[in-house]
Write a protein that binds this ligand. Structure first.
Ligand SMILES: NC(=O)c1ccc[n+]([C@@H]2O[C@H](COP(=O)([O-])OP(=O)(O)OC[C@H]3O[C@@H](n4cnc5c(N)ncnc54)[C@H](OP(=O)(O)O)[C@@H]3O)[C@@H](O)[C@H]2O)c1
Length: 235
């Protein structure tokens, strides 16, 4: 049974990944900051038949807290992880413009969006290496694309995503000898708490398309940046 570890799995895109992979027969390690209040994840687990309850594990993990990541990795023992989805992310307040940047908030955004994904990868390298797929998928954003930025604004969020693109591009090169692939994906603009109610895509649509893409990713695609619809995205 293939397995997936998802960060930020209690809501938004992470929750949708957990839902879809679970119904597709995968073993799902759903990581979130507060499992005890992750009602939607708990409902997902309760909805499983008795002989399938071990198909989901809800883990406590804050991607900015190295101890919580290490505890989650140790708790997983020797289990392989086929696909690691770095979903956790924050956007910050809208007015991130020249002359109005909150530098403390910016460093928090970098902690979560840029350093968080690498911290998680570092802790789970051995779990990935002993799996079949050996794939890290980091959810970045079109807003992290240099060439796509024609409107400015969102300096903290954009820079955190541009930086994680570079982090994962390097990780792709460094982890290739262990057979681990690292890919960046833009989910499109999606109706989540972050994307808001007017976004054109539903989480179901975005994640269904991303899962189709993820299904065909391997070493040949490592270090690349993809749009949710499967096209390569400009850096
Ligand atoms: N929605 C869009 O249109 C869109 C577009 C481009 C890229 N993205 C990216 O897609 C990813 C998922 O976004 P979303 O739309 O699903 O956002 P969301 O609905 O706001 O969910 C964000 C998730 O990240 C978690 N999170 C935040 N800080 C965390 C931390 N320190 N440790 C662990 N988990 C943390 C949240 O957990 P809590 O509930 O505990 O806060 C929540 O589960 C993000 O990386 C985002 O940047 C989204």
């Amino acid at each position: 049974m293939p397995s997936v570890l998802i960060t930020g799995a209690n809501r938004g895109l992470g929750l949708e990944f957990a839902t879809q992979y679970l119904s597709d027969g995968w073993r799902v390690h759903a990581a979130c900051r507060q499992p005890q209040s992750a009602a939607k994840l708990q409902r997902l687990a309760k909805g499983l038949a008795k002989d399938k309850v071990d198909r989901i594990e809800i883990l406590a993990m804050d991607v900015t807290d190295p101890d919580s990541i290490a505890r989650a990795a140790a708790g997983m023992g020797d289990d392989p992880i086929d696909v690691l989805i770095n979903g956790a992310g924050i956007m910050g307040e809208p007015d991130q413009k020249v002359g109005n940047v909150d530098y403390l908030a910016w460093s928090r955004i970098l902690e979560v969006n840029t350093m968080g994904p690498l911290r998680v990868v570092e802790a789970f390298i051995d779990h990935l290496a002993r799996s079949e797929r050996k794939l890290v998928v980091t959810i970045t954003s079109g807003m992290g694309s240099l060439s796509d930025n024609t409107s400015g604004g969102w300096i903290a969020y954009r820079s955190s995503k541009a930086a994680v693109n570079m982090v994962m591009r390097s990780a792709a090169i460094e982890l290739a000898p262990r057979g681990i692939s690292c890919v960046l994906v833009n989910p499109g603009w999606v109706r989540t708490d972050m994307g808001g109610a007017t976004a054109p895509l539903s989480p179901t649509e975005s994640v269904a398309a991303l899962r189709q893409l993820i299904g065909r990713l391997g070493p040949a695609e490592s270090g690349k940046f993809f749009h949710y619809d499967g096209r390569e995205f400009p850096w």
